[in-house]
Write a protein that binds this ligand. Structure first.
Ligand code: SAM
Ligand code: SF4
Length: 360
């Protein structure tokens, strides 16, 4: 059994059954798996962590995902949208702090005014310091023309989680209608890749009804899609969402955290040179969660740059980590936390996915 486990750890292309063995590890085998994720990362990517200054642009959303606090059906949220000047102020701060990149994220909107504004803002951010900031967008499903306009304006990475690659589970966590089509989501990912974005996707771990087989399927999906980036994080139940009624069906926080770490380590073995985000949700359910994710194979952190007065309204899930931190505090804290686990921040660089840059 032990030999079989060690063999799987060194397989470059583990199959579904192998992955399920790795995702079931406990105790010393789990520690060994996480060490393997770290070894592969250090070997292929070094100990650098890339930053994306996160700008939570607005919480207005046309969608009704059953797990998310920003869903349009949640009447308890005070809706906001940053002004152009506030967004540019955040981007200038990212530049001053040496983050190298920003990520613009918001609820999903497809009205022409929103699309025009994003295009204009991307162009304005590109003017800062001669275009030195990389730009990731995470603005949901859009048509090809919109994705293309934003790309031509200067955005070069796009994060659109599939949430679950299993169609049946997808429809248990989304309404089954045209606005929440699994196939549209897949098409969007293909379109983003085709346009030339570094395309990222990801899933929530520990959802109600989610099985080990589906999680193994998610990892095989990332590989099959040949994505450049992945963002994995634990699901956190939000009381004002329909999925909350199943909260007693989900694993305890520690198990959701451990499963997220197993997923990160196995994915690092399968896709050694992609960028992988240590999601804020990790830190929300475990104070050391982000560092644990980095030590299992993740290599990207997204410190929050959203102006303080809006942060609590970007209420995706309860008890979000770092909601009250100031950016400079956040940076010092990150430097110290990462140094403690033998990592360092790569300042003033875009920190592109090596898997992507080698291919293009
Ligand atoms: N609206 C865009 C989208 O859906 O792609 C971007 C913003 S959305 C809030 C960003 C991510 O938050 C989603 O992809 C989802 O995985 C995550 N999220 C939403 N609700 C969550 C929850 N209750 N627990 C953990 N993650 C959640
Ligand atoms: Fe809107 Fe994104 Fe939340 Fe879905 S996950 S409700 S699209 S903000």
């Amino acid at each position: 059994m032990q030999a079989a486990f060690e063999d799987i750890l060194f397989k470059p292309e583990p199959d579904r059954e192998d992955i399920k063995v790795l995702l079931s590890t406990e105790g010393p085998q789990l520690e060994r798996l996480l060490r393997r994720g770290l070894e592969v990362k250090l070997d292929r990517l070094d100990n650098y962590v890339h930053l994306r200054g996160l700008i939570e642009f607005g919480n207005v959303c046309e969608k009704n995902c059953l797990y998310c606090g920003l869903r349009t059906g949640n009447g308890k949220v005070a809706r906001y949208c940053l002004s152009d000047e506030e967004v540019l102020e955040c981007a200038r701060l990212a530049q001053t702090l040496g983050y190298g990149s920003v990520a613009l994220q918001s609820g999903e909107r497809s009205d022409p005014g929103f699309i025009d504004r994003i295009e204009r803002l991307v162009r304005e951010i590109k003017k800062i310091d001669g275009g030195s900031l990389g730009i990731t967008l995470s603005l949901g499903e859009q048509c090809e023309e919109t994705y293309r306009r934003w790309f031509e304006a200067g955005a070069h990475r796009y994060l659109l989680r599939i949430e679950s690659s299993d169609e049946e589970l997808y429809y248990r966590i989304h309404p089954r209608n045209d606005k929440h089509s699994f196939h549209t989501r897949l098409e969007c990912l293909e379109t983003l890749k085709h346009i030339g974005y570094q395309t990222g996707t990801g899933v929530m771990v520990g959802l109600p009804f989610q099985t080990l087989d589906q999680l193994a399927g998610d990892l095989l999906f990332f590989k099959r899609m040949d994505v450049a980036m992945v963002g994995l994080g634990p699901y956190i139940p939000h009381p004002d969402t329909p999925l909350y009624r199943y909260k007693d069906l989900i694993p305890p926080a520690k198990e959701r955290m451990d499963m997220t770490l197993r997923m990160i380590a196995v994915l690092r073995m399968m896709m050694p040179e992609i960028n992988m985000v240590a999601a804020t949700a990790n830190q929300t359910i475990d104070p050391q969660g982000r560092e644990k994710a980095i030590a299992a194979g993740a290599n990207v952190i997204m410190p929050n740059l959203t102006p303080g007065e809006y942060r609590e309204s970007y209420f995706i899930y309860p008890d979000k980590a770092c909601v009250k931190d100031q950016p400079d505090q956040c940076q010092t804290c990150l430097d110290i936390r990462l140094a403690a686990i033998g990592h360092k921040i790569q300042y003033n660089a875009w920190g592109d996915s090596l898997a992507f840059t080698k291919k293009h």
